[in-house]
Every structure is written in C-alpha cells, then in structure tokens.
Design a protein around this ligand. Structure first.
Ligand code: NAI
Length: 277
C-alpha cells in the first residue's frame, strides 16, 4: 500500500525499534501517533521528529490496559482522522531465569506487555482500520525468538510470548484474507536498543520497576556488539507494508537452528501414528 498521507500508530515508539519504525513511517510521509508508556520520553522523541517537519503526535499508552489502548486510538483519530497502519511493537525482555524459577509476577509482566499488548491492539486497531474500507496494514513485532528457543539464554517466557505473537499474526492474516488490510510479523534478530533495561517500566502491581544488573549487562553487551541500528528495522517495516510481506526478518538470524527445528517437526510428521488432512 501507499504510505504517504496515511495515519499510523506505533506502540513502544519512545525507543529502539518503535522509534525506528515511527521515524521511517514519518519519512515515508505518514502521520504517526507515537505511543509509549514513557510519557516524557515519547514527547521528547516526537519533538525531535516533528522538528524535521514530520507529522507526529506523542501519545501515552499502556498496552497492557485495554482502556489505555482505546484512549490512545481515540487521541490519534482525533488528531489525524482515519487509522490505516498499526504497529503493535511494545515489548519487554525476560531472560536469564530458568522456567522453574520464573515468578508469577514475571510471567504476568512479560505476557501482559508482549502478548496482551498485541491482543488489545488487534481488538481495537484492526476494527478502526477496517471500518473505513481503505487499504491498511498491521505490523506485529515478534522476534527470531518466535521461531526457535535459543539454548543457554533461559529466555523461555520471552520466546513463548513471541511464538504467541507469530501465531496471532498468522490467524489475523487468515481472517483478513479478502480485505485490503495486510499483516506483517516482524522478526528481528539482535537490534541495538534499550530493551535490556525494559523491566525498569514494570508496573507496581507486578512488583514495580526492576533492575537485574547482571542479566541486563549480559543482554546489553550482546545487543551492543551484534545489534544493528533500529532505523534499518523501520525501513524493513516500510518495505514490508509497501509490498504486503508477511514475514519480515531483519538482522542476524540463526538459520541452521530454525531449519533444524523444522526438520525435527517434519520427521515427527512422518511417523506411522499420523495421517494427513
Ligand atoms: P526498547 O526497550 O528500546 O523499546 C521498547 C519500548 O516499549 C520502550 O520505549 C518502552 O517504554 C515501551 N513499553 C514497554 N512497556 C510498555 C507498555 N506496557 N505500554 C507501552 N509501551 C511500553 O526495546 P526494543 O528492542 O525496541 O523492543 C521493541 C520490540 O522489539 C519488542 O517487542 C521486543 O521484544 C522486540 N524485539 C527486540 C529485539 C532486539 O534485539 N532489541 C529483537 C527482536 C524483537
């Protein structure tokens, strides 16, 4: 679809990949509602972008709260009119803890942002796009972690949340067949962002802001060493929207691990216990 003149909402837009997506969409001529839980940070980011004559609006959102998603959408529509593009991108990390040791608050935190955030986006942004009949697009940020569990990182809950985002995206694509609304599942490898500090926005009812210096340092070091510029991810998203691409991989991908996982699945399907339908 053509992006220029259209309206987009991007969650998690104060930092990292969300900021990269918002920047690339604004450069492609879209009006962009930049939505984030960090009000000051998103206002500053929007201020920097609007200084380059881009049409951007900072909006406070907590994607774990349905009413907050409804309010942010209403604010974006009040300012820019019809919504065409929604990027469900806000996410938090969860790594360095074995599954048996992950607390219920940790589970609720990672599922709340990474999974419920996307569910709320689907429930409210998708109808807003469909209601006017013009072309539209949904981008859900998963990860390469949606296609394999990385050994030795203890990021099972994070990976599970991203498998869920991939599954939601596949189901959404099926449901939107026959409409002019496309779906992309964004699967980045390492990107140089602030995600290692993601638990610092943890809400009070889930234990409040948390800092785990060792785990954060390990992840931050890995991303700083191997991660690419989030701006490139934004450009990948713009390309995927223009070309209606479902899978959008970007940065380094553990190709052999992903293929090995799929070969194992295929081999399991060859057993005499199965028939095809
Ligand atoms: P980041 O930490 O730089 O940006 C995430 C943004 O989401 C922050 O501005 C934060 O304030 C916001 N946010 C957190 N909780 C929120 C909530 N409840 N409501 C609204 N906004 C909230 O991290 P990054 O890396 O840019 O992450 C963006 C997405 O990319 C996430 O879904 C992450 O899982 C995914 N991702 C990141 C990769 C990486 O290597 N950095 C690789 C693959 C996927």
């Amino acid at each position: 679809m053509e992006i220029s003149g259209k309206t987009a909402i991007v969650t998690g837009a104060a930092s990292g990949i969300g900021l990269g997506i918002a920047t690339a969409l604004a450069e492609a001529g879209a009006n962009v509602a930049m939505a984030d839980i960090q009000k000051d940070a998103v206002e500053q980011a929007a201020h920097r972008l609007s200084g380059t004559n881009k049409q951007v609006l900072p909006v406070r959102i907590d994607v774990t709260q349905e009413q907050s998603v409804i309010d942010a959408l209403a604010e974006a529509e009040r300012r820019f009119g019809k919504l065409h593009i929604a990027c469900n991108n806000a996410g938090v990390p969860m790594h360095g803890t074995r599954l048996v040791d992950v607390s219920l608050a940790d589970w609720a935190f990672v599922m709340g942002v990474n999974v419920w955030g996307v569910i709320h986006g689907i429930r409210h942004f998708v109808p807003a796009i469909l209601k006017h009949g013009e072309a539209g697009h949904i981008v859900n940020t998963a990860s390469v972690a949606a296609t394999q569990n990385r050994r030795g990182t203890n990021q099972g809950p994070y990976s599970m949340s991203k498998y869920a985002v991939l599954s939601l995206s596949e189901a959404l694509e099926h449901e939107l067949e026959g409409t002019n609304v496309g779906v992309t599942v964004l699967c980045p490898g390492p990107i140089a962002t602030n995600i290692a500090r993601g638990a610092s926005n943890r809400p009070d009812h889930l234990g409040g802001p948390q800092v785990r210096p060792t785990d954060e340092a390990v992840l931050a070091e890995r991303l700083a060493r191997t991660g690419i510029d989030p701006k490139l991810v934004g450009e990948r998203v713009v390309d995927a929207i223009r070309n209606k691409t479902f899978y959008a991989f970007v940065s380094a991908v553990p190709v052999d691990t992903i293929k090995a996982r799929h070969r194992r699945l295929e081999a399991a399907l060859e057993t005499s216990w199965t028939t095809s339908y």
